[in-house]
Design a protein around this ligand. Structure first.
Ligand code: NAD
Length: 476
């Protein structure tokens, strides 16, 4: 079985805090042994990051960019191999894994370029001969914690943003899907990253985050995961007055107005719904369809769901893989049972599949009552609850009624409706006539309980920069 190590102070090594097995969710078989950090290992990572930061902040943006670009290129060259590694750990279909690896390389490239543009400005002074300068400086050592649903993309957003800004980073990727982040660290090492700039650790999540965030050396926290854990980490960050970026849960409404082809939109929406078996923070999760096209939409959606081939993500004909872990299968089963008990109609799926692997059939629920749990709690799985609406104001009120505010979508052929709905939705991202709201160059982040701050775009770089104002006058 493969042994997966940590990367501390430029060295790959085992930790002294025990370890765990990594499981293939399609087979439930162990595929690797992962080492865990002890508090002493974490202290070493923190000390190393501190020293790495001193070297990296003095490395020119030009040279930093060259290292990031080289690493991106090597990831791209190995995309097929890395996609297989990701699918074996996480379950998503191979084609999605490959897109994720390639997009992660694009993110690295984009930050390599943007890091060279992290400049400030000069503001005219009120006194002759004076200069007022705004400088951008790296925040310092950052600590990042990432989940299991996008094992390369989410670590990459944090690593590339931090490193392009001149920060050092300690990252704890998910222990359930560690290999992609390990591959990113290897690519950076081989590209010439100075030791200590990136430290990769694993362990018991709560113990690692508590220890690392408490260190005075750490000045910035970045977390992607559930709202509950995000709030916990915000509390830890607040104790040290540390900056944070929180990319938390979502429960994205999709509003389908009566001026579009409901069957065509259903096909697009179902494609988005079952991507990564619905384990996507911006996954479309609450479908509000105008009552005039409701039946057509539900029928078309259920047809797509019933036709999706479920299986091991490594198989060429698989269109949806297993869920990433047993917790999700239990959770999804609970959501479906609750909705059906409260009167929802099951139009597709609704059950676990097979005796081996964490498979759950692509599921469609119609006529779901507003008090069903799935209409209020983030489902994070392959279930589409579809409900009808009558008026614009009513559907906006229902869409905005939850504490989540990550992504929201609307389908309409009217420019006027498009503008009105984009303005009215309480959401960090809004997709109109598309579910694509994530690219390397655009900001990605939520409002309300979905978090704060953005990753991606110039905002993602700014998240790792401090603003310093220098007022310079002529000598007296
Ligand atoms: P969870 O809430 O325990 O964990 C979510 C993630 O946070 C995991 O990667 C975990 O390793 C990490 N984590 C947990 N406790 C932590 C701590 N104290 N310090 C640092 N990291 C910690 O539950 P889970 O079963 O892994 O996921 C369930 C829910 O999490 C899902 O229903 C979904 O709502 C949410 N989630 C969101 C995202 C996202 O992209 N926003 C990703 C994965 C999971």
């Amino acid at each position: 079985m493969q042994q997966l190590q940590m990367f501390i102070d430029g060295r790959w090594r085992d930790g002294t805090g025990g370890g765990e097995e990594v499981i293939n969710p399609a087979t439930e078989q162990p595929i690797a042994a992962l080492t865990h950090a002890s508090p002493a290992d974490l202290d070493e990572a923190i000390a190393s990051a501190r020293q790495g930061f001193e070297v990296w902040r003095r490395t020119s943006a030009y040279d930093r960019s060259a290292i990031l670009r080289k690493a991106a290129q090597s990831l791209r060259a190995r995309a097929d191999e890395l996609a297989r590694v990701m699918t074996r750990e996480q379950g998503k279909v191979l084609a999605e894994s490959k897109v994720e690896v390639l997009t992660s390389a694009d993110i690295m490239d984009w930050y390599a370029e943007e890091g060279r543009r992290a400049y400030g400005r000069i503001i005219p002074g009120r006194v002759a001969g004076s200069r007022q300068m705004v400088l951008k400086e790296p925040v310092g050592v950052g600590a990042a914690f990432t989940p299991w649903n996008f094992p390369a993309l989410t670590p990459m957003r944090k690593i590339a943003g931090a490193l392009a800004a001149g920060c050092a980073l300690i990252i704890k990727p998910s222990e359930e899907t560690p290999a992609s982040a390990i591959a990113i660290a290897r690519a950076l090492e081989e590209a010439g990253l100075p030791k200590g700039v990136l430290n990769l650790v694993f362990g018991v999540p709560a113990r690692v985050s508590e220890h690392v965030i408490a260190s005075p050396a750490v000045r910035k926290i970045s977390f992607t995961g559930s709202t509950a854990v995000g709030k916990l980490l915000m509390g830890l960050a607040a104790k040290g007055a540390k900056r944070s970026t929180m990319e938390l849960g979502g429960h994205s409404p999709v509003i389908v107005f009566d001026d579009v082809d409901a069957a065509k939109v259903a096909a697009v929406a179902a494609g988005g719904k079952y991507r990564n078996a619905g384990q996507v923070c911006i996954s479309p999760t609450r479908f509000f369809v105008h009552e005039s096209s409701y039946k057509k939409f539900v029928d078309a959606f259920a047809e797509v769901a019933n036709g999706l081939k479920l299986g091991d993500g490594l198989a060429a004909d698989t269109r949806m893989g297993p869920l990433a872990n047993a917790r999700r299968v239990d959770a999804i089963e609970g959501f479906v049972r609750d909705a059906v008990d409260k009167g929802a109609r099951l139009r597709a799926g609704g059950e676990r599949q097979g005796n081996n692997g964490y498979f759950f059939a692509p599921t469609v629920l119609s006529d779901v009552p507003d008090d069903a749990r799935i209409m209020r709690e983030e489902p994070f799985g392959p279930v589409a609850p579809i409900v009808p609406f009558k008026t614009f104001d009513e559907v906006i009120a229902r869409a905005n009624s939850l504490e989540y505010g990550l992504a929201a979508y609307a389908f309409t052929s009217s420019e006027k409706t498009a503008a009105a709905v984009a303005d009215a939705l309480e959401s960090g991202m809004v997709g109109v006539n598309s579910l694509a709201v994530s690219t390397p160059e655009t900001p990605f982040g939520g409002v309300k309980d979905s978090g704060h701050g953005s990753e991606g775009g110039i905002e993602g770089l700014d998240a790792y920069l401090n603003t310093k104002f220098v007022a310079q006058y002529q000598p007296a």
